[in-house]
Design a protein. Structure first.
Length: 464
């Protein structure tokens, strides 16, 4: 066994092993020498990548998939109580471990950076993982998305740094004890778990309270929610707070963001000295993410000029404004944005890079609860596109809510002056877009569900 493998994790079984968070933990455990097994609803490139690391991956959920000698069963909050493998674990007396507890165990003995916030976690975590790796520090990391290939969302490194997303959606980020924590922003989301902004603030305060004594909180200065958290934790003993942003009194001040096509050049003042570096993805919000990563790395003792240069090695993560291809003069780009703030930020970034090109959006709402609470704002965001196709709601882990449909978004978008086409048949979207698109247009598939599958289909249809 490689160092750092908890005894209970020697033969783990993951229910939902193909998920973004679960697969990363499974991969690290496999790299540390564990006998990893698990199941997922469908086969995938991620499942195949785990098999390449020696994991046993079953397709479908069945009690017989759980080996009797498993040392634990790992679950996420998305796993329902009646899952047959979970039921079998109870019958066999096998301990059940939440994903966040497993990840926390992997961080023991290392110097963790935990990246939190309603938006931008995956990008910022990826920026840190790529840049620290480019500097030869070989960090361990667990990311909510693939960097450049299936299964590249995690790595067991020989260095002493561990970079991880800290998920607030189910309060699981309370399990971590980081040396450096980042809070990018805080907004009301995950309505099944949080009823108000006060609950969000209290949850983030608890997260800050887990930072080890002598540790650092890196927090956005200009974002209202993050600024409120910083105000609430100000003066805590043993905690250094470093702010970043465009305001003059930010500790790490962004003085200039210069768009250069699908990249940006960013200048900051850190420690009284100016520093300019390139961010290889467009948009102001991605520039801010890079500066948060810079501040966190410096807090761990990485020289600022080295890290700034290394940040230029980051070229994006899958589903974060990822160029899927071009056909018939039309570029197809994939966006994971599913909250109105994310949607607006990505559309503004693409608008800034597109020049006079038209932007066509295929949007799939994610979750009934989110659509119920934020559907009108989603529709308003779509007014930034030249035309949009809106699909039915992707339910993920939720059951339907009476009266909550995509029509909430469509009505709000039309009220804001948007050109919107409803489409209930996902299989028809490629034909619909092919009928709308002209050479020079940009097509954006947007949402956290399976809308991402449409990019290749649209490209194939345009090619024909």
């Amino acid at each position: 066994m490689k160092p750092g493998l908890p005894t209970a994790m020697e033969r783990p079984h993951f229910i939902g092993i193909g998920g973004a968070g679960m697969s990363g933990i499974a991969k690290i455990l496999a790299q540390r020498g564990a006998q990893v097994a698990g199941s997922d609803a469908r086969d995938s490139e991620t499942a195949e990548a785990l098999r390449a690391h020696g994991a046993t991956v079953h397709i479908g959920h069945a009690a017989g998939h759980l080996a009797p000698d498993s040392t634990c069963v790992v679950v996420s909050s998305a796993i329902r109580a009646d899952n047959p493998e979970l039921t079998r674990a109870a019958e066999l007396g096998i301990p059940v471990v939440h994903r966040s507890d497993a990840l926390a165990g992997l961080m023991d003995g290392l110097r963790p950076i935990a990246v939190a916030g309603t938006h931008g976690k995956t990008t910022t975590t990826s920026m840190l993982a790529v840049s620290l790796s480019a500097l030869g520090l070989d960090p361990s990391y667990a990311i909510g998305g693939d960097l450049d290939a299936p299964g590249s969302n995690a790595h067991h490194g020989e260095g002493d740094i561990f970079v991880a997303e800290a998920d607030e959606s189910d309060r699981s980020f309370h399990k971590y004890a980081p040396q450096v924590a980042i809070i990018l922003n805080a907004e009301l989301d995950h309505h099944a778990n949080y009823a108000s902004m006060d609950e969000i603030y209290e949850s983030f305060e608890t997260f800050v309270g887990k930072i080890v004594p002598g540790g650092t909180l890196v927090v956005a200065h200009g974002q209202d929610g993050a600024a409120e958290i910083a105000r609430r934790v100000a003066g805590r003993e043993g905690l250094t707070v470093v702010t970043y942003g465009e305001d003059e009194d930010a500790d790490v001040r962004i003085t200039k963001i210069t768009p250069r096509g699908l990249t940006s050049e960013v200048t900051v003042v850190l420690g009284g000295r100016p520093l300019t570096f390139t961010v290889s993805v467009p948009g102001r919000h991605y520039a801010h993410n890079a500066v948060a990563a810079l501040a966190a790395g410096v807090a761990l003792g990485v020289p600022a000029h080295n890290l700034a240069s290394a940040l230029g090695k980051y070229t994006g993560v899958k589903r974060r404004l990822q160029l899927k291809g071009e056909a018939a003069g039309v570029q197809v780009i994939d966006s994971y944005a599913h909250h109105p703030t994310e949607m607006t930020a990505d559309l503004e970034a693409i608008r800034g890079a597109a020049g006079d090109s038209r932007i066509l959006v295929v949007f799939q709402p994610h979750l009934f609860s989110r659509t119920q609470e934020l559907g009108k704002e989603m529709g308003q965001s779509l007014s930034l596109a030249d035309a949009s196709v809106v699909l039915d709601i992707y339910p993920a882990r939720e059951d339907p809510v009476p009266g909550v449909t995509s029509e909430i978004i469509i009505a709000a978008a039309r009220a804001a002056g948007a050109d919107v086409t409803p489409e209930h048949d996902k299989a028809a979207v490629a034909d619909v877009i092919a009928g709308m698109a002209k050479p020079g247009d940009l097509v954006l598939t947007m949402g956290a569900g399976d809308v991402t599958d449409l990019g290749p289909q649209i490209l194939a249809r345009l090619s024909n």
